[in-house]
Write a protein that binds this ligand. Structure first.
Ligand SMILES: C[S@@+](CC[C@H](N)C(=O)[O-])C[C@H]1O[C@@H](n2cnc3c(N)ncnc32)[C@H](O)[C@@H]1O
Length: 230
């Protein structure tokens, strides 16, 4: 079972998401283990500060190395002997998160995901611990919590016992380099729009063929460059 630890200044923000729905149920069922560790717990500052002004000037604050280091080291120690966690810093400067990266990370036993805030984190602690950087895209958000939750969610979906079966994720967009076919539910007709007849036919082979054709069609229309990568 994969263990994921998120090091953050806002553990409640992460817990709020991770306690709900599919991931919340997967945690309760023991299919995944996820912990949120408050970096502030580890500050040695008497005012519990975890950030300071950047050297060289500039707006915003930078998270200090010491509390981040002690937090991550404490997580590593709690993982027990022999654990070799992959250390990931959520950063707009990192490798872009794709389904391929998700598959790679989903095969690990332990992930420690570090969330920056404000202007980011003192570079020295990232270098000292050898963090790799992963980005959710070429834009900047205020903190690493949402990116960390996206990564955690995507990785957890691929773990055994989280979704009902492998089809639930392996037939979805991106898993095999294509987008998924359109989906429909009841009623059969809504505002004059009918569900494609083949889906009502009960003919499994024809349905499978239709889904395959539609998957190619929507990929060609929405993301033609994905077909070139196949
Ligand atoms: C405002 S950002 C800091 C941006 C940093 N000063 C820079 O220009 O590269 C604060 C934190 O949000 C997180 N973050 C922001 N955008 C992100 C992205 N696209 N992917 C992953 N994490 C991101 C990082 O953890 C970062 O330390």
């Amino acid at each position: 079972m994969i263990r994921i630890n998120i090091a953050t200044l806002f553990p409640e923000m992460c817990e709020a998401f991770l306690s709900e729905s599919i991931i919340g149920r997967a945690r309760k069922a023991g299919a995944v283990e996820i912990g949120c560790r408050n970096i502030r717990t580890y500050t040695l500052d008497k005012h519990r500060r975890v950030d300071d002004k950047p050297f060289g000037g500039g707006t915003g604050m930078v998270m200090q190395a010491q509390p981040v280091y002690d937090c991550v080291m404490s997580i590593i120690s709690d993982l027990g002997e022999g654990a070799k966690p992959r250390l990931i810093y959520m950063s707009p400067q990192g490798r872009t998160l794709t389904q391929e990266v998700v598959k790679e990370l989903a095969a690990e036993d332990d992930l420690i995901i570090l969330c920056g805030h404000y202007e980011g984190i003192d570079q020295r602690v990232l270098d000292e611990l050898g963090f790799e950087e992963i980005s959710v895209g070429d834009y900047v958000v205020t903190g690493g919590e949402l990116p960390a939750l996206m990564l955690t969610d995507a990785v957890c979906r691929l773990q055994e016992g989280v979704l009902p079966n492998e089809d639930a994720y392996s037939k979805e967009s991106h898993y095999n380099g294509l987008l998924e076919h359109p989906q429909y539910t009841r009623p059969e007709e809504w505002r004059g729009r009918r569900v494609p007849e083949v889906l009502l036919s009960g003919h499994h082979e024809n349905i499978r063929k239709w889904q395959e054709e539609m998957s190619l069609k929507v990929t060609r229309e929405k993301r033609p460059e994905m077909l070139e990568r196949l």
